[in-house]
Design a protein around this ligand. Structure first.
Ligand code: ASP
Length: 450
C-alpha cells in the first residue's frame, strides 16, 4: 500500500479550526497513513506555545519544592496547568469530541510535582495533541516513548528505533505518533532539541519506507531569500539536500537540521507544505534531480556579525605547519572557525564576532607566539552571504555576474570563497551592505531571469 508520513507543526494544530484543516488534508489522500503532530503552537503572534507553557509550569513545580515562596510557586503551577488543560479542552470542544483529559492531567500533575524531569514535562504537549488527533481521525495512537529510543547518554538510538518502529508499524494501517520525544532504557522520557518533531517525522518515514515525507507548516516551502530583505521572494520548487544544508547553515530555517539525515539515507524526498494553503505545491527536497532549476541560483542566505583575523607573513607557504599552528590557537581558545580564505602570504580566518570578542586578546597573543606574523589585522562587523545553486556548475560567468551586480550597487566585496563543489559562492561584505548585496544578487539572477 502506498504510504506517506505527514508531520504537522505547532501552528497547524494550534486550535480546533486548524485541526479541521489538518483533518481535511489527511482525508484527501488515503496514503497519508502515519501522522506526526507537534504540540499546539501560537494562534496569534503574541500567543504562547504549549511547549513553552509546559516548561514554565514545570519550573514552578520544581520551585514549589525547595523555595521559600512555596505557596506562591504552587499557585502559579496550578494556574498554568489549568491554562494548558483549557487550551486542549477548547480544541476538544471545538471539534465536538467527547474524550476527557481529566485522568491524563491528574497523572501529569502528580509527575510534575514528583519532579519527574523537564523532558517529560515538555513532551506532554505532543503526547496530548496526539491523543486528540488520533481520536479525531480515528487513527491508532502510538506513544512515541514505546517506539523512539535514546541511549544512556541521551543520544538518539537509530538502530533500535528503526527495528522496533518498523515492526510495530507493519501491524498498524493508520497511526498517530507524537513528535519530539522518545524514551531511554530506564523508561525516562527524553526529547530532541526544540523543533524536534521534524526529526520524529523523518525517523518514521525511514522506518516505513515512505514514498514521501510531507512536512506541513505555515509557509509554502522555502523562499529564494529572506522575505525580510526582499518583498515576496519567489519560492524554491525543488532543492537538493546539499543545497539545503548550505542554506540552513547560513540561517534559512523551516526544517530542523537533523530531520534531513534519516530520510536522506533512504532517498525519501521531503515536501514542505502549507496547512493554510494546501493547494500550493511547496518545496520538494530531494537527494538529486535532473530537473533544471528555474534560475541559475537556488537560494541566497546570509548572516551578519562576523569578525576576521588576517595573518600575514612573507614566505608562510614555505613554513611547514604554519596553518596548523595558527589554527591551534583558535582551538585552544575554543573559537569555532567559519571560513578560511587564503592568499600567498596571508591567511584569513572568519569567526563569529560575539564569540570572538571576549577571547580576542588571547588569540592575538597566541598567534604572535605561535608563528611571529609580519602583520596581524582584525576586522569586525562583517557579513557573509552564501549564494547556493546546483545550476551554477553548468553556467559560466556566475561569479562574474555576482561581482558586477555588487559593483553596480556600489558594494565593496571584502572576501570571496567558492566551494570546490561549485555549489556555493560565499561573499563577505560589511554588515551595512548586507541587505543591499542580497538585493543586488537577487535582482540579477531572479528578476532578470537569466
Ligand atoms: N513542540 C516542540 C517545540 O516547540 C517540538 C516541535 O514543535 O517540533 O520545540
Amino acid at each position: 500500500m502506498e504510504n506517506k508520513v505527514v508531520k504537522f507543526g505547532g501552528s497547524s494544530l494550534a486550535s480546533a479550526a486548524q485541526f479541521e484543516k489538518v483533518g481535511a488534508i489527511i482525508r484527501k489522500d488515503k496514503s497519508r497513513r502515519y501522522v506526526i503532530p507537534s504540540a499546539p503552537g501560537k494562534r496569534t503572534p503574541d500567543d504562547t506555545k504549549v511547549t513553552d507553557m509546559l516548561y514554565s509550569c514545570y519550573g514552578h513545580a520544581i520551585l514549589a519544592y525547595d523555595d521559600e515562596e512555596k505557596d506562591e510557586q504552587m499557585e502559579c503551577f496550578e494556574e498554568l496547568l489549568m491554562l494548558i488543560k483549557a487550551r486542549y479542552q477548547s480544541i476538544i470542544d471545538g471539534l465536538g469530541l467527547s474524550i476527557s483529559l481529566d485522568k491524563e492531567f491528574s497523572v501529569i500533575r502528580q509527575n510534575f510535582l514528583a519532579k519527574i524531569g523537564r523532558d517529560y514535562a515538555a513532551s506532554r504537549g505532543e503526547y496530548l495533541n496526539g491523543k486528540i488527533l488520533a481520536e479525531y481521525l480515528g487513527y491508532t495512537f502510538i506513544d512515541a516513548a514505546e517506539v523512539i529510543f535514546f541511549d544512556d547518554n541521551g543520544n538518539f538510538d537509530a538502530e533500535t528505533t528503526d527495528r522496533v518502529l518498523s515492526e510495530r508499524l507493519a501491524k498498524v494501517e493508520r497511526a498517530v505518533i507524537p513528535g519530539f520525544y522518545g524514551s531511554k532504557a530506564d523508561g525516562s522520557v527524553k526529547t530532541f532539541s526544540r523543533g524536534g518533531s521534524d526529526i520524529t517525522g523523518s525517523i518514521v518515514a525511514k522506518a516505513v519506507h515512505a514514498e514521501m515525507y510531507e512536512n506541513w507548516t505555515d509557509v509554502s516551502g522555502f523562499l529564494i531569500t529572506d522575505p525580510r530583505v526582499i518583498d515576496n521572494p519567489k519560492p524554491i520548487d525543488v532543492i537538493t539536500y546539499r543545497e539545503l544544508r548550505e542554506l540552513s547553515y547560513m540561517g534559512a530555517t523551516v526544517l530542523h537540521e537533523d530531520a534531513i539525515f534519516p530520510v536522506r539515507k533512504e532517498g525519501i524526498p521531503i515536501n514542505i507544505r502549507n496547512t493554510n494553503a494546501p493547494e500550493d505545491k511547496g518545496t520538494l527536497i530531494v537527494e538529486a534531480t535532473c530537473q533544471k532549476p528555474r534560475f541559475t541560483i537556488t537560494g541566497i542566505a546570509g548572516k551578519k556579525d562576523f569578525a576576521s583575523i588576517t595573518v600575514e607573513k612573507a614566505m608562510m607557504n614555505a613554513e611547514v605547519g604554519f596553518c596548523r599552528k595558527v589554527l591551534e590557537v583558535f582551538e585552544e581558545n575554543h573559537v569555532c572557525i567559519e571560513h578560511m580564505p587564503s592568499g600567498i602570504d596571508t591567511m584569513t580566518i572568519f569567526v563569529h564576532g560575539e564569540e570572538f570578542e571576549e577571547k580576542e586578546q588571547n588569540v592575538i597573543s597566541g598567534i604572535h607566539r605561535a608563528v611571529s606574523p609580519d602583520v596581524l589585522e582584525l576586522e569586525s562587523d562583517l557579513a557573509l552571504i552564501a549564494v547556493v545553486g546546483r545550476g551554477m556548475r553548468a553556467t559560466r560567468g556566475t561569479s562574474g555576474r555576482i561581482f558586477s551586480a555588487l559593483a553596480h550597487a556600489n558594494i565593496n566585496v571584502r572576501m570571496i570563497d567558492q566551494g570546490s563543489s561549485e555549489l556555493n559562492i560565499i561573499i563577505g561584505v560589511s554588515n551595512h551592505d548586507f541587505e543591499g548585496a542580497i538585493k543586488a544578487i537577487y535582482d540579477i539572477f531572479v528578476n532578470t531571469q537569466i
